[in-house]
Design a protein around this ligand. Structure first.
Ligand code: NAD
Ligand code: UGA
Length: 445
């Protein structure tokens, strides 16, 4: 099938490459000409495992092309996906300007029937708004062809975007139009093993809300576990044991129960804010989600609190090694990363930082800028040299099994680890003479 993807970001690019791999003819458009020029020249704008090779093979096979030409993009696909950014401000008001810009462009340029699919995460009613904008443009030029609008939210995670795209748990189709449902069912056929179970067809408004509800539920699980981690600390229990104890219950399940430095990234916090704002405008206060957001805000300061307590309330003149800057492993994405909160607090307290991340350092440097109180290190080991303590902020694979004896030797005495991801066994670290702090590990913190 001929498909256009508007937006070559984390989602758009991953989705485009997977559709091309599955045999569709994909044209991926972006409003940022530099991004398109880079992609046309074989340069990736972002880090996502497996994506570079997939893009390269899609391009080589002629199944994946890139364009900055809006008209060409509108003319190409019988399915036109809107996968642009939908930021929310501090109050949770969602900025739909990019979505609307794409809708207007399609209304202006598309000369044949098409299905427009809203994949960007956007508030309930956005598909209707897209339809109105399209309708307005078509009416203005007296066009008579048919452009339907469906909703198809995306549930992939950064760091595993390719895997999630190839094998989604489920595909939600928000449409009551048999033609649109048929097209999307055909498009997704290569990715779905059990259509009866995995293809979930519903009205557009429910599909829009299902996306927000999913992210809100995931955020709730994380904040719940971060609260439980505080209880575990007070009770002398270990949250990791508690996690196993509840995750084995099939009604609860083992995923998304990891206590840590708080959730970051471009979506969980944004979508919780947006859902809370929309519900409040409709007269309903979402008390649970307000608490989820407040807990997460506090949690991002937790590692700093542990450090401050350990160093007797003063970090001035201390040097802290920071392993991991990205908001999660396997990505270079720094949007809303908990590491940024830690860095700011450390600097405000007069500490210096030696930072290392396998992928996110260029983005982190772009955000933080050049300053004297951070040293950008090229290896994890270099970050340790002469530091008073190590803070582990992102759960990259390469941080998981350090040589504790060597680590103790690199850090200033007495060596200390603040493990924001509970990667380590406290007893193992302590047997190398390292003071160990985890999150919710009352038996060791
Ligand atoms: P992103 O910021 O990485 O990419 C968005 C891209 O859209 C940018 O490259 C931007 O230049 C481009 N763009 C903006 N206006 C455009 C226009 N008029 N025409 C063409 N391109 C335009 O965003 P993302 O992380 O890929 O997220 C996209 C959407 O998907 C958001 O609504 C987000 O909430 C949702 N989402 C994101 C994830 C994720 O893990 N990142 C997962 C599921 C859903
Ligand atoms: C999240 C959802 O998982 C996706 O389903 C959704 O499509 C996406 O948001 C979106 O709408 O953008 P993503 O933000 O890429 O995906 O990454 P997650 O794996 O959800 O991690 C989010 C944050 O929560 C990270 O900071 C991560 O470290 C943290 N996290 C995750 C925990 O602290 N504990 C956990 O158990 C899981």
């Amino acid at each position: 099938m001929k498909v256009t993807i508007f937006g070559a970001g984390y989602v758009g690019l991953s989705f485009a490459a997977c559709l091309a791999e599955a045999g569709h003819e994909v044209l991926c458009a972006d409003a940022d000409p530099a991004r398109i020029e880079g992609l046309q020249g074989g340069r990736m704008p972002l880090h996502e495992p497996g994506l570079e090779a997939l893009v390269a093979s899609g391009v080589a096979a002629g199944a994946l092309r890139f364009t900055a030409d809006e008209r060409a993009a509108c003319e190409h696909g019988e399915l036109l996906f809107i996968v642009v950014n939908t930021p929310a401000d501090a109050q949770g008001r969602v900025d739909l300007r990019h979505v609307i810009a794409v809708a207007a462009a399609i209304g202006r340029h598309r000369d044949r029937d098409a299905l427009v699919v809203c994949k960007s995460t956007a508030p309930v009613g956005t598909a209707a708004q897209v339809e109105a904008v399209l309708g307005g443009e078509l009416a203005q030029r007296g066009a008579r062809h048919r452009i339907a609008v469906a909703v198809n939210p995306e549930f992939l995670r950064e760091g595993s975007a390719v895997r999630d795209c190839r094998r989604p748990d489920r595909v939600v189709i928000g449409s009551e139009d048999p033609w649109a449902i048929g097209l999307l069912t055909r498009l997704y056929a290569p990715f779905i093993q059990d259509p009866q179970r995995q293809l979930l067809v519903m009205d557009r408004r429910s599909a829009e809300l299902a996306k927000y509800a999913a992210n809100a539920m995931l955020a709730t699980r994380i904040s719940f576990m971060n609260e439980m981690a505080r209880v575990a600390e007070q009770a002398g229990a270990d949250i990791e044991a508690v996690r196993r104890g509840i995750g084995a219950d099939r009604r609860i399940g083992p995923d998304f129960l990891q206590a840590g430095v708080g959730y970051g990234g471009s979506c969980l916090a944004k979508d919780v804010r947006a859902l809370t704002h929309a519900a409040e405008r409709a007269g309903h206060a979402l008390r649970i989600l307000s608490a989820v957001a407040a807990t997460n805000h506090e949690q991002k300061g937790r590692l700093f609190e542990l450090m401050s307590r350990h160093f007797g309330g003063t970090l001035a003149g201390r040097t802290i090694a920071v392993w991991g800057l990205a908001f999660k492993a396997d990505t270079d994405d720094m949007r809303d990363a908990p590491s940024l909160v830690l860095l700011e607090r450390l600097w405000a307290a007069g500490a210096r930082v030696r930072a290392y991340d396998p992928a996110a350092m260029p983005n982190a440097r772009g955000i933080v800028g050049e300053r004297d109180d951070i040293r950008w290190c090229t290896t994890a080991q270099e970050a340790l040299q002469g530091a008073d303590a190590l803070a582990v902020v992102t759960e990259w694979e390469e941080f998981r099994r350090p040589d504790f004896a060597q680590l103790a030797g690199e850090l200033n005495a007495p060596p200390t680890i603040f493990d924001g991801r509970n990667l380590y066994d406290a007893a193992q670290a302590e047997s190398a003479g390292i003071a160990y702090y985890g999150i919710g590990r009352g038996r060791s913190s």
